[in-house]
Ligand binder design. Structure first.
Ligand code: HPA
Length: 247
């Protein structure tokens, strides 16, 4: 069963035929909300709103461990994460959909591993290729079928938030090699790897990153909502095709 984690602009999957909602308990506390089980294009999926269904949980307070653990425990065998980002690279313009292939992690103080007991063997995961290539391919195949354009490959910089960045921070991220900036990609991706859940992301560029183009002086929040609304129509379409393609 595919799991979909929705971020800003996707707290609900209106195209989902809801079958049941389940409040999950985990050894790591409570997930962001009840797991929503439903059918999309005739396939069972489980959906979780990362920031809660009322969008009240800030990025640094999301219980990423509980979310990933609950999805695995519910029978998810792969995860597609949807999250909005700021665009740094020239082609990552507002409205673009990007499937990243690398990560830079600037977050701090988040519960970022399941391996944090001092009385069990330390487990190191390989994270050279942080996103699962199989899930990435499923996204691209679905996008092609849906006639939706997706950018293949970008370096995602995970920042702490909830504030946006300074222009100098974006310059630094770019020097480091970042193409996109967002607040929720980590530790989510690493935790999925720890639980051996194939994971990939669809990043929706909602704005130019701080200091760039129309964000030269400030980020225009009033435009973000509109960009996300339109872009999420395309994302929902792609998600339905991913499900339709499921064996
Ligand atoms: N920075 C960080 N996270 C974001 C942004 C941004 O500009 N836009 C959407 N999520």
């Amino acid at each position: 069963m595919l799991a979909i984690i929705g971020g800003s602009g996707l707290t609900q999957l209106s195209t989902l035929e809801v079958l049941r909602r389940e409040v999950a308990r985990t050894p790591y506390g409570e997930p962001s909300g009840a797991l929503t089980f439903g059918r999309l294009a005739g396939r069972e999926v489980v959906f979780l709103a990362r920031h809660g269904y009322g969008h009240t949980i800030p990025p640094h307070r999301v219980n990423y461990r509980a979310n990933i653990w609950a999805l695995k425990n519910a029978g998810a065998d792969s995860i597609v994460s949807v999250a909005s980002v700021g665009g740094i690279r020239r082609d990552c313009v507002p409205g673009a959909l990007v499937v990243p292939d690398q990560i830079l992690d600037y977050t701090w103080g988040r519960a970022h591993t399941f391996s944090d007991r001092i009385d069990t063997l330390v487990r190191h995961i390989d994270f050279t290729i942080p996103y699962d290539e199989g899930v990435r391919c499923r996204i691209f195949r679905a996008a092609r079928e849906a006639g939706v354009e997706m950018i293949d490959g970008a370096v995602y910089a995970a920042t702490q938030g909830p504030r946006l960045e300074t222009a100098a921070e974006i310059d630094r991220f770019e020097r480091d090699g970042a193409d996109l900036v967002g607040m929720t990609g980590m530790p989510e991706a690493a935790l999925a790897r720890e639980l051996e859940l194939p994971y990939a992301a669809i990043n929706v560029v909602s704005n130019y990153a701080a200091g760039r183009e129309t964000s030269a002086q400030n980020v225009h929040f009033e435009c973000i909502e509109q960009v996300l609304q339109e872009a999420m129509l395309r994302v929902r379409n792609v998600l339905a095709h991913i499900c339709a393609d499921c064996k």
